[in-house]
Each structure stands twice: as structure tokens, then as C-alpha cells.
Design a protein around this ligand. Structure first.
Ligand SMILES: Cc1ncc(COP(=O)(O)O)c(C=O)c1O
Length: 361
């Protein structure tokens, strides 16, 4: 049976996308490239629901977050912290010298907008930027981005979001919610191979950019802007991945963003319903805050379970990073996900759990 990736990235890449990666190389300072770049730009704007520029970075998602952290070294940042990826974001800001503070919540719980409001009411003069992870993939929590953005704006702050595991699978309304920097990427809900991240940038951001705040050569936001004007990126891009992205974005347009979001919602809800029926222990109890792209479940012996799923059923699911390591499994509903793929996973999961219990007896 064909391998099924139910991991939180990379996800299964459709043949149509893999095929375009074998197209001949083009040079990145030519008109052919400019056309490819402009086409991708237009399609990314559809994904992001924005008129803002979107810069493309040769990196995984962490590289996208690094663009946020490395260009604002002299700013004061409030990081919403309730999982591994938001914690990494906080550390990235600190490493580059920003005055970063955390507003923390227990893993598995969302941060409510009122908590952010209370914080900003008290410390309004000490914060320039609110930064957060929209969909905390490490715990399966869907943080209320819209509400937190509204609060950030009420206090006149910039709002930055790592939406790498939500964009394309959940609502990310860049313009409507006035999001200043939004990080997205290829390998999750777009079902493309890993290797590219994107960052949208609002006009307001430029007022916060200073020479002293930039602590990076490769990810310098001014370079991205200068090259973007020429429909180029600052350094040699992975052309084959751009072909893949272009095709992946065509597939998104053909399906329609709204339909794709609905498909993610239906698959994740179906998965949650069945997990509850199986009496397994979901990390996120409240459906409202449950991610539409990653479902986390407490389980003893997570490594053994994952290995049975792989060896016997050729299905790969994710373990968990950070403090959930070894205690939590994560099943993704991302990209080319269908109800059939969820059902195949659930069936195998049930059998693997039985087997695990038999081994223990
Ligand atoms: C929300 C989020 N941010 C950042 C990352 C880190 O991504 P990468 O390891 O591809 O750099 C992940 C990985 O799954 C993620 O889900």
C-alpha cells in the first residue's frame, strides 16, 4: 500500500506538482523568471487575501519567522506563548536582541484576546509589536488571531503572525484583520514540497524598520523589497520549488480557497469526532479552539504506536516536540487531505492500538 503522510509537514505532494519540478532550469535574473515571480505573487495574494507585497524566502517555516525576528532587533515585542513554535518565536526575537516578553498559557489552551487586552492596558508604553503563532501545530490549538489582532490594533501595535500551518486550511484575512506580517509556507496546506516560506508585509511595517534593527544579511527585509520591485528575490532561489509552488497555487485556485478551507474543517472535525468515539484523550478539549489542520492526542508509548502504523500500515503520523515529546501524537489534516485518508488512518490507528495492548499483556 502506498505510503500516506498524515504528518504536520511535509504532507503528500500530488503528482501534478511533483511533475512540474522536472521542467528545465531558468535563470533568476531573466524575463522568464520575472513572469514566474509575478504569476506567483498574484496567486499568493489570493491565498493571503491581501494587496500587500509578499516576499519569498528560501527556507523552511522557521526561516520565515527568522525574517520577523532579525529585522526588529531594537523593538519591544509581546509574544503570545502557548506551545513549542511560539516559544521558538520568542527565542528568535531574543537572540536577535529584541526586548521580547512572553504572555504564556498552558500548552493545549488558547490565549484569549481579553488576556492580551489586559496586558496591553497595563504595559501599553512598553510594547511595539504583538507576535503570535496562529495555529500552534505542536498542541493543535487554534489561537484566536482575529480577536488578538483587533486588540493589538486598538493599542496601535503591529501584529505579526506565524500562520504557516493555517494558511490555505483556515481563515487568514490579512487585509480585513489588518495583519502586518504573516508567515506562510509551502509544505502544509498547499501540499507542495518543503523549502519555501513567504512573508506578507504591510505598509505600516516600514516605519519600524531602522538600520540598527536589522541584524541579518540573508533575511534583510530591505533587500527583499528592492528585489521585489524587479520581480526578483535577493539570492539564488530554488527554481524547481517555485515551479511546484506555482502549480500548487493553481490547484488552490481551481478548488477555490473557501472550498479548501471547508475541506480542512470537515476532515479535522471528522477526525476529532472519531477520536472521541475511540475514547482517546484529545489535547484540545474545546472544539472551538481545535486546529483544523493538526489534531494532538495524549498517548503513552507514542513512539511504539507510530512505528506500528508505519511498519504495518505504511502511514506516518507525527510525534510531538518540546514538553509533549513521547507523550503526544499528532495527526495532520493538511493539503490534499480527504475523508478517505482520515478513515484509512483511523482504521489503522484502531488496529495498531489493539496490537500495542496485546504486546503489553
Ligand atoms: C506553526 C509552525 N511554525 C514553525 C514550524 C517550524 O517549521 P520548520 O521546521 O519547517 O522550520 C512549524 C513546524 O511544523 C510549525 O508548525
Amino acid at each position: 500500500m502506498k505510503q500516506l503522510l498524515m504528518t504536520t509537514g511535509p504532507t503528500n505532494v500530488p503528482k501534478r506538482i511533483l511533475n512540474v519540478m522536472t521542467k528545465p532550469m531558468i535563470h533568476h535574473r531573466t524575463d522568464e523568471f520575472h513572469k514566474l515571480y509575478d504569476d506567483i505573487q498574484e496567486k499568493l495574494k489570493y491565498l493571503y487575501k491581501t494587496g500587500n507585497d509578499i516576499y519569498i524566502s528560501t527556507s523552511s517555516g522557521t526561516g520565515g519567522v527568522e525574517i520577523l525576528a532579525s529585522n526588529f532587533a531594537n523593538k519591544r515585542v509581546l509574544v503570545i506563548d502557548n506551545g513549542e513554535y511560539s516559544h521558538r518565536m520568542y527565542e528568535a526575537f531574543l537572540i536577535y536582541g529584541a526586548k521580547a516578553v512572553k504572555l504564556s498559557e498552558e500548552w493545549g489552551k488558547p490565549i484569549e484576546k481579553d488576556v492580551v487586552d489586559d496586558y496591553l492596558k497595563k504595559y501599553n508604553d512598553e510594547i511595539d509589536i504583538v507576535a503570535m503563532v496562529h495555529n500552534e501545530t505542536s498542541t493543535g490549538v487554534r489561537n484566536p488571531l482575529e480577536g488578538i489582532a483587533e486588540v493589538a490594533k486598538k493599542y496601535g501595535k503591529l501584529i505579526f503572525t506565524d500562520s504557516t500551518s493555517s494558511i490555505g486550511g483556515d481563515y487568514v484575512e490579512t487585509d480585513k484583520w489588518d495583519l502586518d506580517m504573516v508567515v506562510g509556507r509551502t509544505q502544509k496546506c498547499l501540499a507542495c514540497p518543503p523549502g519555501l516560506a513567504f512573508v506578507s508585509v504591510s505598509n505600516k511595517v516600514w516605519k519600524y524598520i531602522t538600520k540598527e534593527g536589522i541584524r541579518t544579511f540573508y533575511f534583510d527585509i530591505n533587500k527583499f523589497r528592492d528585489f521585489h520591485k524587479k520581480s526578483e528575490v535577493p539570492f539564488t532561489p530554488p527554481i524547481s520549488l517555485l515551479y511546484a509552488l506555482d502549480e500548487g497555487l493553481d490547484m488552490l485556485k481551481e478548488e477555490g480557497l473557501e472550498n479548501r478551507i471547508k475541506r480542512h474543517l470537515e476532515c479535522s472535525q471528522h477526525l476529532r469526532r472519531c477520536i472521541k468515539k475511540m475514547k482517546m484523550d484529545l489535547v484540545v478539549k474545546n472544539d472551538y479552539y481545535a486546529s483544523r489542520t493538526a489534531t494532538a492526542i495524549y498517548i503513552n508509548e507514542s513512539a511504539k504506536l507510530r512505528s506500528i502504523l508505519k511498519e504495518k500500515y505504511n502511514i506516518v503520523i507525527s510525534g510531538s516536540p518540546g514538553k509533549f515529546k513521547g507523550k503526544v501524537i499528532r495527526i495532520a489534516t493538511m493539503g490534499s487531505i480527504t475523508k478517505n485518508k482520515v478513515d484509512r488512518t483511523l482504521d489503522a490507528l484502531e488496529k495498531s492500538l489493539q496490537e500495542l495492548n496485546e504486546i503489553k499483556v
